[in-house]
Design a protein around this ligand. Structure first.
Ligand SMILES: NC(=O)c1ccc[n+]([C@@H]2O[C@H](COP(=O)([O-])OP(=O)(O)OC[C@H]3O[C@@H](n4cnc5c(N)ncnc54)[C@H](OP(=O)(O)O)[C@@H]3O)[C@@H](O)[C@H]2O)c1
Length: 290
């Protein structure tokens, strides 16, 4: 890179993915400005423009989202505000200033009825408020017809810096002899550290438009939990159950594996399998030793 790129990361101070992105870009020579909700109101277009101009940012990465999938069913307005209105406001400011906007979306835009991995060309059909609000966000960005927008759909995140499914399972596994975990929903678990590195690759390849990006491989929640417990050397038994035995407010897709072909073709890189990321997460980030 000729000169250091400058990037503002919304959600970069406390967000699960935002923290990994800040670490990855900083380690690779970028000037990174992580922003939390106490720094400025991202809905305030003038305040956002001030920050982008003052820091001379080339890129803005938005990781802010309403991510409480079940609570979104009863807090529809709040979900749409963060998942549709916010990216729309931010993108308008980016367009005005010529700043590249990177935005994250989700595998939950799909209904799971397909039995092979989902590619970016597949028609979304979300069945939860969270999925619908995230899809509305994607569409609001694409409607702006601004060529400097990159939307990355990802899935099932685990990584350092914030509580997530894997960490919760490991915590419960130390307290109980048996845990029941859903086995008939399959997706692409993704290690945020690898996702951040691969997001950097997309930026270095000047990617725009819509990409799917996750760790390689697939798993059910039950397989992910069982692998985490085994790698951590815990003895808790993981018992598979069906989604119907574990009622949740939001409907989740039974298959939401992401097809990574478009990313691999552009970068020439195949993301590491989730099981390798899991080992780094458990041994290096959580510092669990058997
Ligand atoms: N987590 C997953 O498994 C998953 C799966 C698929 C896709 N995604 C997508 O990946 C992206 C990152 O997800 P994540 O899990 O890293 O997100 P997260 O940690 O749940 O949240 C990211 C940030 O959103 C900010 N935020 C939440 N409510 C806010 C509000 N009312 N006002 C202002 N800021 C608010 C928080 O800011 P503060 O730091 O200031 O609190 C937080 O740092 C999202 O677009 C998400 O939809 C996530």
């Amino acid at each position: 890179m000729a000169s250091a790129k400058k990037v503002l990361v919304l959600g970069g101070k406390n967000g699960l993915l935002g923290q990994s992105i800040c670490k990855e870009l900083t380690a690779n020579g970028w000037n990174v400005y992580p922003a939390g909700r106490s720094d400025f109101d991202p809905f305030d277009q003038a305040a956002l423009a001030d920050v982008l101009e003052r820091e001379e940012c080339d890129v803005l990465i938005n990781t802010v989202a309403y991510t409480m999938v079940d609570k979104a069913e009863e807090e529809e307005e709040a979900a749409y505000r963060l998942n549709k209105t916010l990216p729309q406001c931010v993108a308008r400011t980016c367009k005005k200033l010529g700043v590249l906007m990177v935005h994250f979306s989700t595998d939950f835009v799909f209904n799971g009825k397909k039995d092979t991995p989902y590619s970016p060309e597949d028609e979304p059909a979300p069945e939860s408020v969270y999925g619908m609000s995230k899809l509305a966000g994607e569409r609001a960005l694409l409607d702006l017809e601004y060529e400097k927008i990159l939307i990355i759909r990802t899935s099932w995140l685990f990584g350092p810096g914030k509580m997530n499914f894997v960490q919760k399972i490991l915590q419960l596994a130390t307290e109980r002899d048996e845990l029941t975990v859903v086995a008939d929903q399959i997706g692409s678990p993704s290690y945020t550290v690898d996702l951040a590195a691969n997001t950097r690759l997309l930026l270095e390849h000047d990617a725009t438009g819509l990409y799917h990006l996750a760790s390689s491989g697939k798993a059910s929640w039950c397989e992910l939990a069982a692998e985490a417990v085994e790698v951590a050397g815990l003895t808790c038994r993981i018992k598979p159950i069906s989604a119907s035995e574990y009622p949740q407010a939001a409907k989740r897709p039974s298959n939401s594996i992401l097809d990574l072909k478009k990313f691999i073709e552009l970068t020439g890189v195949t993301p590491r399998p989730w099981s390798q990321g899991l080992r780094d997460y458990i041994f290096r980030d959580l510092q669990i030793t058997e």
